[in-house]
Design a protein around this ligand. Structure first.
Ligand code: IVH
Length: 761
């Protein structure tokens, strides 16, 4: 028995020591922090129950070390302590209980609450206000001297106080903080990597660590590191009595201190804040992996003392792990209603962000290649909040050599058609609009609640109808007969009657609702309503789109000489690439700029000059291009001038309606008696004349469509995105990013009741 336990302890020691080495020395961990914590706690528990099993080399007997041979060593002024962890409210209550037992009776504790920054500790020393030294935590007693690197981090003051406003610098001040990348900066760094043809960094914390430990500080300087400070390790010439005062003092001296730190009079108040933080976590500009709760009174905190390397006066509340590692077992291919091929990862089941996950998104094949994800890899999977779980990247350190590359399929697994990748596109597509999977996805969406809302037509029924050859597109739904349906298994008379009745009712849906059901990228109910404000017949959209496509084709023909000439240029600079992009996408890149500009040829020539210069015939090509562009602008003006429709959306709409297959389906619907015309708006008043509204969130008594109708009936306009031109944002329960945007721009925010009042007045 004890022998078994001894073996178990030995196995845990080895495993933990290996992971310490991967993390601290190689900066390339192969398991997540949460998994490491779990192993560590297992060993700790084992040793607590059987102290005879503790060996001098047990990782519990020393603080982890990140010392490297590349740097001079410095001794810290005081031990750089770590934190014990709590994972639940109970853990926090137990922590307070333990502390209270060590303190005089009736002691009352108040606390600070701080984000637990997911970075690495830095200890910076100032003498008479001047930064003289910066060191990593190291083993807590001795650290690496990384002063030249830290001097390159802009938010860390080289001299304090930063503002000369009367306060003077203390004789000596040693502060502690955390080095990290802001999310945005990390993304920018990765974009830079990609632009240079280098692999993306997967983990911000490890990259920050690697950046800080560069031997050449110019490399550190080239990467946008940031820092937050939260503690005074040592000082001469000042006295600070509470943690709250410490934070305030650091801020006064000019150190970056997170805005989000808080003071709370009791632990109950702190616990109430946890869900608030969990939901805010994703919208923070920096990564956190939990919260740090600290006894506010410094004297009490000191009196509580230290266990091992953890002070009793502070504790880390860790969020459930959002990133874990697991095995990538396989990749399945999904085909969407547009034919887009999406790879999905099949995973060894893993618990992450509070649920067990077996599938995760791999985004697209370009991303798979960029991240070099291979079949059989150990991969990092992330699931945070409501975001669909996705594969962050491979853990290359765990490779055995048996991993296989993942390639896009050559043929569609559903229709057998050869998969294509349109020029310039990232995605692959099944090109066959009759592909059974594409039809299934399209019909499933078309009939769903919130779209055409055809009751009794769930995904299973849709599948059966397709398998039985009764429908091949959305239009066929309106030709189903009772005889056909009665022959299907499970379709009794009543069921058939109900289904046919709801199909019949669907024919009379309003034009905006029908438009929003077609599955056009970006066209939901708001955009559909914008379209029907201008166009009151589906046919107008088709005719207009055909004309625009024709003009686009003429423009392309005129531009083809230039595109060919560009192909023979060996070294494309950014200017040439930009001009190529414009000429390839005249509807999104050129037309919107020149709407209403009669004499745009000179401006167009400038925008395309790197391309035009390639051809001796530039003058005549320029004339042809201008003529074609004029046609395109004239045709597209009714769409381009709809407020709230961006150029990409216009392009999607035009491409969709000009598509022959879509036209056939619409024609089928029209012939079956599906409504193709907008009702004329009934005008009820003009109290909202000239005002523009944006709607977000769930309203208490009306749907958003009803609110939009009400606004329009009183002369107002509804658009889909918030801008300076927006008059009001109507906000309901759980609003989206439009709400935040409105607050940023200072747009007045109103409720459903406010709207009703405005309409009545
Ligand atoms: S206080 C005695 N406050 O978390 C003071 N640490 O898991 C101990 N950390 O090593 C640290 N944010 O690197 C403190 N607001 C914060 C923190 C924080 C992140 C890190 C720190 C520490 C680790 C412990």
């Amino acid at each position: 028995m004890t022998d078994d336990l001894a073996q178990q302890a030995e196995r845990l020691r080895r495993e933990i020591n290996y992971h310490n080495y991967r993390y601290n020395v190689l900066s390339d961990p192969v398991i997540t922090d949460a998994e490491y914590d779990r192993l560590y706690r297992q060993l700790q528990a084992l040793e607590e129950a059987h102290p005879e099993l503790i060996t001098p080399d047990s990782p519990t007997q020393r603080a982890g070390s990140d010392l490297s041979e590349d740097f001079p060593k410095v001794q810290h002024a005081a031990p750089i302590l770590s934190l014990s962890n709590a994972f639940s409210e109970d853990d926090l209550r137990a922590w307070e209980e333990r502390n209270l037992k060590l303190l005089p009776p009736n002691t009352e504790l108040d606390y600070t609450l701080e984000p637990k920054f997911d970075g690495l500790t830095i200890v910076v020393t100032y003498e008479n206000g001047v930064l003289v030294q910066a060191a990593t935590r190291g083993n807590g007693i001795i650290g690496d001297d990384v002063t030249p690197n830290v001097r390159t981090i802009r938010s860390i003051p080289l001299r304090i106080p930063v503002e000369a406003d009367g306060k003077s610098a203390p004789e000596r001040l040693v502060v502690r903080g955390e080095i990290l990348f802001f999310k945005q900066d990390f993304e920018a760094l990765n974009q830079q990597q990609e632009a240079a043809g280098l692999p993306r960094y997967v983990n911000a914390r490890n990259t920050a660590s690697g950046t800080l430990k560069q031997k050449d500080s110019r490399i550190t300087a080239s990467r946008p590191l940031s820092a937050f400070f939260y503690d005074v390790v040592d000082s001469r010439g000042i006295v600070l009595e509470t943690q709250w005062d410490i934070l305030q003092y650091l801020r006064d001296m000019g150190f970056p201190v997170a805005d989000d730190v808080g003071y709370y009079p009791t632990l109950t108040h702190i616990i109430q804040q946890i869900p608030v933080w969990e939901s805010r976590r994703n919208s923070l500009e920096y990564e956190i992996d939990g919260l740090v709760i600290k006894v506010n009174d410094v004297a009490i905190s000191d009196e509580l003392g230290v266990v091992g390397k953890d002070p009793r006066g502070a504790i880390a509340y860790k969020f459930p792990a959002e990133e874990v590692t697991t095995k990538l077992l396989g990749v399945t291919v999904n085909i969407g209603r547009t034919g887009k091929v999406t790879p999905t990862a099949q995973l060894e089941p893993v618990f992450v962000g509070g649920v067990t996950v077996v599938n995760a998104s791999l985004h697209n094949y370009e991303q798979i290649e960029r991240l070099d994800i291979r079949l059989g890899d150990t991969v990092i999977v992330k699931r945070s909040g409501d975001v669909i779980p996705y594969v962050v990247g491979p853990v290359t350190g765990s490779r055995t050599g048996d991993e296989q590359p993942i390639l896009p399929p050559e043929t569609c697994p559903f229709s057998g058609d050869v998969i294509v990748q349109p020029e310039g596109a990232v995605d692959y597509f099944c090109p066959n609009p009759h592909c059974p999977e594409r039809v299934f996805r399209a019909v499933e969406f078309f009939v769903s609640r919130g779209a055409m809302d055809i009751e009794g037509m769930g995904p299973q029924t849709v599948k059966t109808l397709i398998d039985e050859g009764l429908i091949q597109d959305e239009g066929d739904i309106f030709y189903l007969t009772a005889e056909q349906l009665l022959e299907l298994e499970g379709f009794a008379e009543k069921k058939v009657e109900n289904l046919l009745a709801s199909i019949e009712a669907a024919k009379q849906r309003s034009l905006p609702q029908i438009l929003a059901s077609l599955g056009i990228d970006g066209v939901g109910s708001t955009v559909a309503a914008l379209l029907t404000d201008t166009f009151d017949d589906m046919q107008q959209l088709i005719t207009l789109s055909n004309t625009i496509k024709q003009a686009e084709a003429e423009f392309n023909a005129a531009a083809s000489v230039l595109v060919d000439a560009a192909k023979s240029v060996a070294d494309h600079d950014a200017e040439l690439d930009r001009a190529l992009l414009r000429v390839r996408n005249p509807l999104t890149e050129l037309a919107p700029r020149y709407v209403g500009v009669e004499d745009f040829q000179a401006r167009m020539n400038r925008a395309l000059s790197p391309l035009l210069e390639l051809s001796p015939l530039r003058d005549s090509i320029s004339i042809q291009l201008a003529q074609a562009l004029k046609k395109l602008i004239d045709a597209a003006t009714p769409l381009l001038t709809i407020e709230g429709l961006g150029p990409i959306l216009v392009q999607n709409i035009v491409d969709w309606f000009a598509d022959e297959y879509h036209q056939t389906v619409l024609e089928k619907m029209r012939k079956a008696g599906v409504n193709m015309k907008a009702e004329k708006q009934k005008v009820a008043g003009d109290s909202l004349d000239g005002m523009t509204f944006v709607l977000t969130g769930t309203l208490p008594t009306m749907t958003r469509d009803e609110a939009a109708e009400l606004i329009k009936a009183h002369g107002g306009k509804v658009t889909s995105s918030v801008s300076k031109k927006t008059s009001y944002v109507l906000v309901g329960e759980s609003p989206g990013s439009k709400f935040t945007k409105a607050q940023q721009l200072g747009i007045p925010i109103i409720s459903e009741d406010d709207l009703k009042e405005m309409v009545q007045s």
